[in-house]
Design a protein around this ligand. Structure first.
Ligand SMILES: [Zn+2]
Length: 221
């Protein structure tokens, strides 16, 4: 796949991040692509309410992986029902009638999604939980935009882990649209009413990195 195509999908992941930011959530977005089509997407949830303890399960990647499973199972169900209908000669359900498009960019008409041939695009480096879940899903390639120096999991040494991880063959490509993603996080951490990871190392690091970018653009001008 050409870099231009990877750019296109990361831009869609950034759209998911923008959606999260608009809702007051930590701005992480994610899309999963198979055969040139977006087959799943997700954005961060569970960080916006000051009354609740933030969810550390509803990460964008986990939500996208759930959406991928639903899409795969959706087509398995259709095939199953169609098989039944064919046996009993009592239905005209062609499957496509059952397609529900509940994701803005998701193509649910793709049948036979092969996770091993999917690519996942994340606007932030996946944490250990998400990195593990991506590996278990079978996906072999991750692109991410902004690094997570506090909770990123992709730098762990897979060679020292049990066989499933060690032999996963996962490939990680960092920094695609890093600046665009960083701007969202800087916006998030600049909000006065933000409480998620307030005064954390991640907040300090993000605002410092965003300042470098502003200074660099001022020097350019
Ligand atoms: Zn995560």
């Amino acid at each position: 796949m050409t870099l231009l195509k990877h750019n296109k999908y990361m831009k869609l992941a950034l759209k998911e991040a923008a959606k999260a930011l608009e809702l007051g959530e930590f701005p992480v977005g994610c899309v999963i692509v198979f055969n040139g089509k977006v087959v799943a997407s997700g954005s961060r949830l569970g960080t916006a309410s000051p009354e609740k303890r933030p969810s550390e399960i509803d990460h964008a990647e986990i939500r996208a992986l759930k959406s991928l499973e639903e899409n795969i199972n959706h087509h398995k169900n259709i095939n199953h029902h169609n098989g039944k209908n064919m046996n009993h000669h009592d239905g005209s359900d062609n499957g496509r009638d059952m397609c529900i498009d509940n994701g803005s960019n998701i193509d649910r008409e793709i049948i036979n999604i092969i996770p091993e041939e999917c690519i996942i695009y994340c606007t932030m480096e996946p944490c250990l939980m998400c990195f593990g879940a991506i590996i278990l899903s079978g996906i072999k390639q991750i692109f991410y935009a902004f690094e997570d120096p506090m909770g990123g999991g992709t730098s762990c040494n897979l060679g020292e882990l049990p066989i499933l991880y060690r032999e996963s063959g996962i490939k990680v490509v960092p920094y695609l649209f890093r600046e665009e993603s960083l701007k969202f996080f800087a916006q998030f951490f600049s909000r006065k009413n933000n409480f998620y990871w307030k005064n954390s190392f991640l907040e300090q690091y993000t605002l410092k990195e965003a300042n470098y970018i502003i200074q660099a653009s001022e020097t350019d001008n």
